[in-house]
Design a protein around this ligand. Structure first.
Ligand code: HEM
Ligand code: FES
Length: 344
C-alpha cells in the first residue's frame, strides 16, 4: 500500500483471469476471421485484422465500462473489478493492433509521415459524411495509451489517487471519440451492421447501468440524517447494520461508513486511499475494514492501515442511546484513534 508502490501481485486468481482474457481474445479473433471468410472470402488479411481487432476492442471497452456500475449493484462482480486494469491493458493491445494496421494500410505507403497523413489525407473536417474519422480514433488511442501506460501502482502512488482517478475518467472522452469514429467511419467504409449493433446496444446498456447506479448512490446521499441534541446526528438503529458490515451515510457532504463488529461500532470516512473505493461496501476481515475493490485494509477504531502500511482515513465519534446510533458530524484528523462505541 502506501509504504512504497507495489509490484503487481501475480496470485493464482490473477493468472487465471489473465489466461481467460487472452484465450477469449484469441477465440474471438479466430471466430471473426472464420465468419468473415465464409461470408466474404474476398476480404484482405489486413482489412480482416483491422476489423477483428477494432470490434474486439469496442466489445472489451464496453465490458470495462460496465464493470464499475455492475459491481456497485452486485458484489459478485467485484473479482472482475479487481482485475479491470489487466482487461484495460489487454484492450489497449487490441486497439494498438487495429490502429497500427490501419495506419500501415492507409498511411504508411506514401511519402508523408504516417501520423501527419492521418490528419491531412482527408481535410473534409466540415463534412458529416466524409469526416476524417480516423483522426478521432487516433485521439482516442492517445488517451488509451496514456491510461494503459500509467495503470501501474507506481504511477498511482506518485500521481496521487485523485490525479490518477481524474486521468482515468478520460476513458469516457475516449469512448465518445470512439463512438464518433465508428459511426462517421460507417458512412465511408463498409462497417459491418454487427459492429454498429454492438455500439447501439452497448451505448444503451452502459448509459442505463450508470443511471441505475447513480440512482442507487443518490439514495445514500438523500437518506435523512436527523438532528439530535448537542450537535449529534441521529443516523439509524443498531439492527440496520449487519455484523462485520457497514451502513453508509452522507454527513456534511462526506460519505461516512459505520461498521458493526464484535459488539462494537466504529465510523470512518468512506473513501479508500488507494483509488477511492467505497470502504462501507467492504467488510471486516481479520479485524480490519477491507476495501471491496482491491483489498486495502484499515483498522476500524483509528482508520489506519495496519503496519507497515501508512494509509489513513478520517474517523468519527459515535454514541448510542438505547438502540439509536448517533454520530458527531465533526471528523477527526486522519488516523486518529477513537474509542469504539460498545453495544451493551
Ligand atoms: C490510430 C488510431 C485509429 C485508426 C487509424 C483507425 C482506423 C480505422 C479504420 C480505417 C477503420 C475502417 C476499417 C474498415 O472497415 O475497413 C476503422 C474502423 C473501426 N475502428 Fe478504428 N482506428 C483507430 C483507432 C480506433 C480505436 C481507439 C478504436 C476503439 C475501440 C477503434 C475502433 C474501431 C471500430 C470498432 C471500427 C469498425 C470496425 C468494423 O468495420 O467492423 N478504432 N478504424
Ligand atoms: S480502491 Fe483499491 S483498495 Fe480501495
Amino acid at each position: 500500500m502506501g509504504l512504497d508502490y507495489q509490484l503487481v501481485l501475480w496470485n493464482k486468481h490473477k493468472k487465471t483471469y489473465d489466461k481467460v482474457i487472452v484465450f477469449s481474445m484469441l477465440l474471438y479473433v479466430i471466430l471473426f476471421a472464420v465468419v468473415t471468410l465464409v461470408f466474404n472470402s474476398e476480404t484482405s488479411i489486413e482489412t480482416l485484422i483491422i476489423r477483428a481487432f477494432g470490434s474486439l476492442a469496442i466489445i472489451m471497452l464496453h465490458i470495462i465500462l460496465a464493470i464499475g456500475p455492475l459491481s456497485r449493484l452486485n458484489t459478485r462482480f467485484l473479482p472482475i473489478l479487481y482485475n479491470r486494469r489487466h482487461l484495460g491493458v489487454s484492450m489497449f493491445i487490441a486497439v494498438l493492433i487495429h490502429g497500427g494496421f490501419s495506419i500501415f494500410q492507409f498511411h504508411a505507403l506514401g511519402d508523408v509521415n504516417p501520423i501527419y497523413s492521418i490528419f491531412t489525407s482527408n481535410m473534409d473536417y466540415g463534412s458529416l459524411t466524409n469526416f476524417p474519422f480516423q483522426v478521432l480514433g487516433f485521439l482516442a488511442l492517445l488517451i488509451l495509451f496514456t491510461m494503459a501506460s500509467t495503470s501501474h501502482d507506481f504511477f498511482l502512488a506518485n500521481l496521487s489517487a485523485k490525479t490518477w482517478k481524474r486521468l482515468h475518467m478520460m476513458v469516457y472522452v475516449a469512448y465518445t471519440l470512439i463512438i464518433a469514429h465508428v459511426f462517421l467511419g460507417a458512412f465511408q467504409q463498409e462497417t459491418s451492421p454487427f459492429t454498429i449493433g454492438i455500439l447501439i446496444i452497448g451505448f444503451i446498456s452502459i448509459s442505463g447501468l450508470h443511471i441505475v447506479t447513480a440512482f442507487k448512490e443518490s439514495k445514500i446521499d438523500n437518506t435523512k440524517v436527523k438532528k439530535g441534541t448537542e450537535g449529534w446526528l441521529k443516523v439509524c438503529e443498531i439492527e440496520e447494520i449487519e455484523e462485520t458490515r457497514a451502513k453508509i451515510f452522507t454527513i456534511k457532504n462526506e460519505r461516512v461508513a459505520i461498521f458493526k463488529y464484535g459488539g462494537k461500532l466504529s465510523a470512518i470516512h468512506n473513501v479508500c486511499k488507494h483509488q477511492g473505493g467505497p470502504l462501507g461496501e467492504g467488510k471486516i476481515i481479520d479485524g480490519c475494514i477491507t476495501c471491496p475493490w482491491h483489498g486495502y485494509q484499515y483498522l476500524p477504531y483509528n482508520g489506519q492501515s495496519p503496519p507497515p502500511f501508512t494509509e489513513k482515513v478520517a474517523t468519527y465519534e459515535l454514541k448510542l442511546d438505547g438502540k439509536i446510533v448517533y454520530i458527531n458530524p465533526k471528523a477527526f484528523e486522519e488516523g486518529k484513534a477513537v474509542e469504539p462505541c460498545y453495544i451493551i
